[in-house]
Write a protein that binds this ligand. Sequence first.
Ligand code: AKB
Length: 316
Amino acid sequence: MKRILVAGAVGQIGSELTMELRKQYGNENVVAMGRKTKPSDELLNSGPFVYGNVTNYDELNQIIKDNEIDTVYLMAAILSAVGEKYPQLAYDVNMNGLYNTLEIAREQKLTRVMVPSSIAAFGPSTPRENTPQETILKPTTMYGVTKVAGELLSDYYFQRFGVDVRGLRYPGIISSETLPGGGTTDYAVEIFYEAIKNKKYTCFVREDTKLPMMYMPDCINATIQLMKADINKLIHHSDFNLAALSFTAGELAAEIKKHIPEFEITYEPDFRQAIADSWPSTIDDSVAREEWGWKEEYTLEVMTKDMIEKLSKQLG
Ligand code: AKB
């Protein structure tokens, strides 16, 4: 039987991932781990919840032992924008959290570990259009540096110790349940809240900023699908390019305006513009499609309609 730990379960991806895993594997078999933020009632009441810190080896080790965990989804991370404000913290959480998880996986012979990477692994010298799977990885953010190092370390643990680690380079994730915390792509979520609540939004990147994005249901599917993939079919392990949509901030605003015609957007780029400019616009994810059958469902049009319907209900 699978016993799963989701570390970072109160975050944007972790919260929805935990709920889907509970549906698929049974509520009692999916332990949600948070650090400080209060979990939602849904997360707290639907299955086991523990507080813990991935940077504390002994604490994490004990949680994994006590709960007889065999599979870990390591979703706890400091994202790009907060990482530029606090680079030391980003290093600590993203690198030491990963090292602890991989060491525990090796020692306790865990079955499988998910370690997400990101488009932040790329940098200004990477080809920006249709970014290939194998390419230049020279990021200019601490978050990106930890993602490249994390991919390499995860692949090392697979080759050297046989730990079955898998990972995806997530694009910006758009969702209606939990707000993202401290990323550069957060504007693509904030814009929906502001459009519905105030009919206006001041965007912190330029109108022509084009980044790879994905709707949360596709993100959850991709994550679980890769974890279920037959290992014999995988040539890559921790660094799969993953794509669904790519659009500019202006194109997203225009799509929202179709549903909320009064919506107004202005652009006031801040320090996050430089981060966005260092990332690709479009991604070639053909390797993920070939090795484990990845295929997205949501288009910009369908995602926008769904986001507006869900948030309008939530925000009254
Ligand atoms: C961020 O903007 O930092 C994240 C990411 C693309 O990994 N959403």
